[in-house]
Design a protein around this ligand. Structure first.
Ligand code: KG4
Ligand code: ZN
Length: 348
């Protein structure tokens, strides 16, 4: 079975083909440069750009792999959560193709795409595992028994971790998208100059909070940034970036360890844009190795939004006989626990 996957939930147009032998091809087009001058994603621009890019990208991908419509057995698209307009573009495009080609279509939950992305790698985790989903819109700890069998263990009560990265980066004048730029700058920061709080770690539970960290960064910036030489100014930026990143990484690590303990599990999956963060990946891998556990994450390009994760999740669901009816709307908000469990017992 060849499944064409289409991702348009935010500012990346991602397409891919996933087959019974694994991932055959994928392509990502990032709109980041278009949104950068506005300091964040402009939903209307995002929708229009997806419209421009989708058809030529799909045509090119098929041609590059000598495939035609007849070789595609199903189409998977992101049906939510995300920007309503951007989702509608992807859904309308995917559903029209499915109708014209007379193929089944399936609407995929964007965060399920992220959650299952580590299964695209050679050292895929077996079920059950605990997943930390960390993206620009979500920070959630999930107990995962199988594909579609998800229980929310805890989540951020305010900003998502990626959102906090982006807002702090903006404050430091690092532009958009801020997370990767902040992480790069943090490598030059002094870890001992500032210490930011590890929110909600002093009480039991798996919920998290990241908006206070952004405030800690703002306050430190205001108190320290006057009358500095250019060198001292640059060092201040890097030191705040480092203190912020260390606080986020520590907080996430503490909550992940608690979740593993609570569920009596040894396997932790990290996914979503923030899981591309090198310090987070390293901290989690080292800590779990010392505890006899194991961490799994996708390659960095499959941590952030991409079509491969949608084609992959779609392949599993279409293979299980699931299809999405034509009248199915997009879901800008969509709890993962509403998804259908598949009972694959994959890796057991
Ligand atoms: O999963 P994703 O591409 O989109 C959403 O579903 O939201 O995640 C994007 C988020 C952004 O907030 C971005 O700043 C953050 O992931 N991000 C990072 C890194 N790479 C992307 N945050 C920290 N360090 C990184 N290396
Ligand atoms: Zn995402």
């Amino acid at each position: 079975m060849h499944v064409l996957g289409i991702e348009t939930s935010c500012d990346e147009t991602g397409i891919a083909i996933y087959t019974d032998h694994g991932l055959l091809a994928h392509q990502i087009y990032s709109q980041a440069a278009k949104h950068a001058e506005y300091g964040g994603v402009v939903p209307e621009l995002a929708s229009r750009d997806h419209i421009r890019k989708l058809a030529p990208m799909v045509r090119k991908l098929l041609a590059e792999h000598d495939l035609s419509a007849a070789d595609i057995d199903g189409i998977a698209y992101t049906a939510g959560p995300g920007l309503a307009g951007a989702l509608m573009v992807g859904a309308a495009f995917a559903r029209s193709l499915a109708w014209a080609w007379n193929k089944p279509a399936i609407g995929i939950h964007h965060m399920e795409g992220h959650l299952l992305a580590p299964l695209l790698e050679a050292d895929a985790p077996a079920f059950p595992f605990v997943a930390l989903l960390v993206s620009g819109g979500h920070t959630q700890l999930m107990q995962v028994e199988d594909i579609g069998d998800y229980t929310l263990l805890g989540e951020s009560v305010d900003d998502a971790a990626g959102e906090a990265f982006d807002k702090t980066a903006k404050l430091l004048g690092l532009g958009y998208p801020g997370g990767p730029a902040l992480a790069k700058l943090a490598t030059q920061g002094n870890p001992n100059r500032f210490h930011f709080p590890r929110p909600m770690t002093d009480r039991p539970g798996l919920d998290m909070s990241f908006s206070g960290l952004k405030t800690a960064a703002v306050t430190t910036w205001r108190n320290e940034s006057e009358d500095l030489t250019p060198e001292a100014y640059a060092q201040l930026q890097a030191d705040i970036a480092r203190a912020f990143e260390d606080a986020v990484v520590d907080t996430l690590l503490i909550k992940c360890c608690r979740a593993l303990q609570q569920t009596n599990n040894q396997r932790l999956v990290l996914s979503g844009g923030v899981s591309a963060n090198q310090r987070l990946r390293q901290a989690v891998a080292e800590h779990l190795a010392n505890q006899g556990g194991q961490a799994f994450y996708p390659r960095p390009e499959f941590c952030t939004d991409n079509g491969a994760m949608i084609a992959h999740a779609g392949w599993h669901r279409l293979n299980a006989g699931e299809q999405t009816p034509l009248h199915f709307p997009v879901h800008p908000r969509w709890p993962m626990e509403e998804l259908q469990p598949l009972h694959t017992n994959y890796g057991k």
